[in-house]
Design a protein around this ligand. Structure first.
Ligand SMILES: [Zn+2]
Length: 86
């Protein structure tokens, strides 16, 4: 009687572990796919007004200046741009 119960419990536990493993593999696949997909999609490039470098919009540092969004390659460039403008 107890052994039968234990068997059911082990079955549930194994099933749970397998499900968890599958879910982890699945989410990792999605992540890899997205990472691979991002550069090949031809994402919008934005120009850093300070160093004139082009950066993908999703990786750019966004700062609103005088009501207009400006994209920078890094925060340092943004700060230099802001201090240089004055
Ligand atoms: Zn820059």
């Amino acid at each position: 009687m107890i052994i039968k119960l234990l068997g059911i419990l082990i079955l549930f536990y194994v099933g749970y572990r397998v499900m968890k493993m599958f879910r982890r593999i699945k989410s990792r696949d999605v992540k890899d796919y997205r990472m691979e997909d991002t550069p090949s999609r031809g994402e919008d490039l934005v120009q850093d007004p300070f160093c004139r470098i082009y950066v993908p919009k999703s990786q750019a540092y966004l700062k609103e200046i005088e009501g207009r969004p400006q994209y920078f390659c890094s925060r340092e460039c943004c700060e230099k741009y802001l201090s240089g403008e004055k």
